[in-house]
Design a protein around this ligand. Structure first.
Ligand code: SF4
Length: 531
């Protein structure tokens, strides 16, 4: 079969196409975006008719994938780790309904928060939902494990959670393809009790889910993803997911004769773990993310033979790397510590010519007249308005929180209560907050900095493009307080007047600052020139 040099994200995408998916659903989020982009650009996926559009948010994506599975087909749903919080309701309940066609839930975690608000570890969600979790350690294993995950999902009638992290998703290695398989035939589920989560049904399904745990653990015992690498001595390592790669890199480079237990499938294979841990006095637990399984293995009384992130053998926060793993393994060499000079730190900043710059300039001009400046912001390129020279925003908590936090502050008596949100984030989860503000007649001014794309993740389609004013009107914002302007230097004075008028209004007002992202615009131009 073919071999290709693929990102981890691309290996997931190719494996899913080869595994016979009928659709992929996703909301863009680093480091998961490239999975769906690859499928959208794949001529084979196009030829096979694999359905793919960017969903409005992760919950709608999840539920659509569940619907496709209900219909008997294989579906893939992708998101970043915080996206699973948005989809959590559907995710947890899908463990109770189970699935029909195979369904794989890919969640890309971002330890070290390269482009995220937190470091949450998706494996904890897997345990929370009682679902099987797969966490591959390299690109080839990622490809193979996706195919396996679809089979596992169909055998166990459960969604399978597939966790990757930034390094794996965004680094390349050679991947060998396996023969493609056909799509499932349309075969909608006939089992009503399973899918209608009335309490009587849900209780029954939940009991069945708990009973399946023994089978899931025994599948982990036999899985090709979990294995022991022989070695000598009294010290050993249990390495999870990509941490296995780091451990093996150090072990091979330093010629260390140390036994390693590799874990990439959960629930934990109890027998394998017990057999391994019984043999050694000092065991390093290398896991990317939370010390979730270190804590579990140490137990409540803190068995001291296990070392890791909890006792400082490894850093408690941030990504692992061969460097930190080498130190924890007692390796003194500098082999893993030299950062090439080509890797320069690049502080983030808004692009020159970005429309958000003009929005913040106008806001800052008007705020010169107000003693207090409180701007509730959201998640997108415009979050960089927090940095100099703008210093224009006060909050950024989660998707959509700008609107609802401004509402709460307005309800508390803060005036003006200004929220800034992007067009894609507005449709993702700002709309419902705006509806709350309308229903409660809260005095907020919402600025939708509309650049007609999801710019921060590379310019994916935005669900509200061209419809934002109509949406706001439709949910009850008074037409006379839905204003639009073009954020350009030449319009600065005019825009400041519009902002001032709406900030003075003691009700819900929306200002749509509309100008296309300059990066998206130039990309489009390049593509058109190519034709
Ligand atoms: S990518 Fe677009 S929206 Fe983001 S900073 Fe650059 S121009 Fe602005």
């Amino acid at each position: 079969m073919d071999t290709q040099l693929l990102l981890g994200a691309e290996a997931i995408a190719l494996a899913a196409i080869d595994a016979g998916i009928s659709g992929v659903y996703a909301y863009p989020g680093t480091p998961s975006t490239e999975i769906t982009e690859y499928i959208q650009q794949s001529p084979i996926a196009r030829q096979k008719g694999v359905h793919s559009t960017w969903a409005t948010n992760e919950k709608t994506a999840y539920e659509a994938a569940l619907g496709m599975s209900y219909a008997g087909k294989r579906s893939l749903v992708c998101m970043k780790h915080v996206g699973l919080n948005v989809a959590a309701d559907a995710f947890l309940n899908s463990a109770i309904t189970g699935v029909n066609g195979g369904m794989v839930v890919v969640v890309a975690d971002d330890p070290s928060m390269h482009s995220s608000q937190n470091e949450q570890d998706t494996r904890v969600y897997g345990k929370f939902a009682f679902l099987p979790v797969i966490e591959p350690s390299n690109q080839q294993e990622t490809y193979d494990a996706i195919r396996y995950a679809f089979d596992l999902s169909e055998q166990q009638n459960l969604p399978v959670l597939f966790r990757v992290t930034t390094r794996l998703s965004h680094s390349r290695a050679v991947v060998k393809q396996q023969p493609p398989r056909e799509e499932n035939i349309l075969n909608p589920s006939k089992e009503k009790r399973k899918w209608i989560l009335l309490p009587a049904n849900a209780r029954n399904n939940y009991q069945q889910l708990l009973e399946k745990q023994t089978t899931l653990a025994s599948l982990s015992e036999q899985s090709f993803l979990n294995k022991t690498i022989a070695g000598n001595g009294t010290k050993a390592i249990i390495a999870f997911g990509i941490a296995y790669n780091y451990v093996m890199e150090v072990k091979q480079a330093e010629n260390l004769d140390i036994p390693v237990l590799k874990i990439s499938q959960y629930p934990l294979p109890d027998k394998l773990i017990k057999e391994f841990t019984d043999k050694y006095d000092d065991i390093l637990i290398a896991e990317e993310g939370y010390p979730a399984y270190e804590e579990y293995l140490k137990g409540y009384f803190g068995n001291k033979k296990f070392r890791g992130r909890l006792d400082g053998a490894l850093p408690r926060t941030g990504e692992l790397s061969p460097d930190v793993v080498a130190k924890a393994m007692g390796v003194e060499s500098d082999t893993f510590r030299t950062i090439p000079s080509i890797v320069a730190g690049r502080p983030p900043m808004l692009c020159q010519g970005c429309s958000h710059r003009d929005v913040f300039d106008a806001l800052n001009a008007i705020f010169a007249e107000y003693p207090e400046q409180h701007v509730f912001s959201d998640i997108g390129c415009y979050t960089l308005g927090a940095l100099p020279p703008f210093n224009a925003i006060n909050t950024c908590v989660d998707m959509g929180a700008s609107v609802t936090m401004a509402k709460g502050a307005a309800d508390a008596g803060l005036h003006p209560a200004v929220a800034v949100i992007g067009d894609s984030t507005f449709t993702h989860s700002g709309i419902t907050g705006l509806l709350d503000a309308v229903n409660d007649k809260s005095a907020i001014t919402l600025i939708i900095s509309d650049n007609s794309t999801t710019a921060m993740t590379g310019g994916q389609d935005s669900a509200g493009t061209g419809k934002l004013a109509e949406i706001c009107k439709g949910i009850g914002v008074e037409e006379s307080h839905i204003r639009t302007f073009v954020p350009l230097k030449k319009n600065h004075d005019e825009n400041v007047i519009i902002l001032k008028e709406e900030l003075e209004y003691k009700g819900v007002s929306v200002i749509i600052a509309q100008r296309e992202c300059v990066q998206t615009a130039s990309r489009k131009k390049r593509q058109e020139n190519k034709k």
